[in-house]
Design a protein around this ligand. Structure first.
Ligand SMILES: Nc1ncnc2c1ncn2[C@@H]1O[C@H](COP(=O)(O)OP(=O)(O)OP(=O)(O)O)[C@@H](O)[C@H]1O
Length: 278
């Protein structure tokens, strides 16, 4: 987590919670990752950025074990994420929450039932009433009213669906949260509120967050470090103040355009608010 100077202070444990080395992903002749290295430190919000098609989602899918890379190693929470051992896979699945870009809620289930899905799978001994109470707690934690529990995804706004997705991602109290473009499709006010939710949850629950985004406001408002993907690799990984100084052409274009300047101003104004945990 960043302090007022943007230093990573919660990384007292120097062991990364995610460690990627020499990652190679290819689709036919297309090389998406070409020896990519990345460390995600405990307690940080790492923003992952890069041009379209640079492999941000493929990286996330590789880390989550949803895609087997062509080469390289990935450790998550101290275990080999590429292992096919079922206990290892279960350990990672139980300790990671994921919000996919479209929310990926089951449309035929209510919000509450959606949140209960991982609880049913991983905690089958929970009583119905306790499972219901836990689902209600997660829904409220995600900033939704309690009555959202009984609603179907189609009855919610886009922002509420994202919050329902967060509630489900947090169902098992995972220390590690993955978010794929969480503010895409939200209006600026909804996006800022969602940013605040993520920062508040991260601080209150001590989460580590891997956050793919194109949203400059999100990068400035809540990310402790930014990893930039380009040329098949992570070409820079540092707090945003250092990234702004990076000479890579894509970084220069992205972080020094007019939209970046607006986000920078908004970010420095919003930052003190985002440090507050209600
Ligand atoms: N299953 C697949 N089969 C073939 N090509 C794929 C597959 N999945 C991803 N790709 C290709 O890999 C590249 C990286 O895709 P990825 O979705 O990771 O990009 P991204 O950085 O997340 O892009 P965006 O910012 O547009 O979401 C793209 O060129 C994509 O077409």
């Amino acid at each position: 987590m960043a302090d007022g100077d943007g230093l990573v202070t919660a990384a007292a444990d120097p062991r990364p919670i995610i460690r990627v080395r020499g990652l190679v992903n290819r689709f036919g002749a297309q090389v998406v990752h070409d020896g990519l290295d990345l460390d995600v430190m405990p307690g940080e919000i790492l923003g992952v950025v890069g041009g379209s098609g640079t492999g941000k989602s493929v990286l996330m899918r590789s880390i989550l074990g949803l895609r087997r890379p062509n080469d390289g190693s990935i450790e998550v929470l101290g275990v080999d994420a590429l292992s096919s051992d079922s206990r290892t896979r279960r350990h990672i699945e139980q300790n990671t929450g994921v919000l996919f870009q479209d929310g990926a809620l089951f449309s035929s289930l209510t919000v509450g039932e959606n949140v209960e899905v991982p609880l049913k799978e991983y905690c089958p001994d929970l009583s119905d009433s306790l499972r219901y109470e836990l689902a209600l707690l997660k829904v409220k934690l995600s900033g939704l009213p309690g009555d959202a529990l009984e609603k179907f995804p189609s009855e919610l706004s886009g922002g509420m669906r994202k919050r329902a997705g967060v509630a489900r991602a947090l169902a098992l109290d995972p220390p590690l949260l993955f978010l794929d473009e969480p503010t895409a499709g939200l209006d600026p006010i909804g996006a800022a509120a969602f940013d605040r939710l993520i920062r508040t949850l991260q601080q209150a629950l001590g989460l580590t967050v891997f956050l793919i985004t194109h949203d400059l406001d999100t990068l400035y408002a809540i990310c402790d470090r930014i990893a930039v993907l380009a040329d098949g690799k992570v070409v820079a990984c540092a707090p945003i103040e250092e990234i702004e100084q990076c000479e890579h052409p894509w970084v220069r274009e992205y972080f020094h355009g007019p939209r970046a300047r607006a986000a920078q101003d908004a970010g420095s104004a919003a930052r003190p608010l985002n440090e507050v945990v209600p």
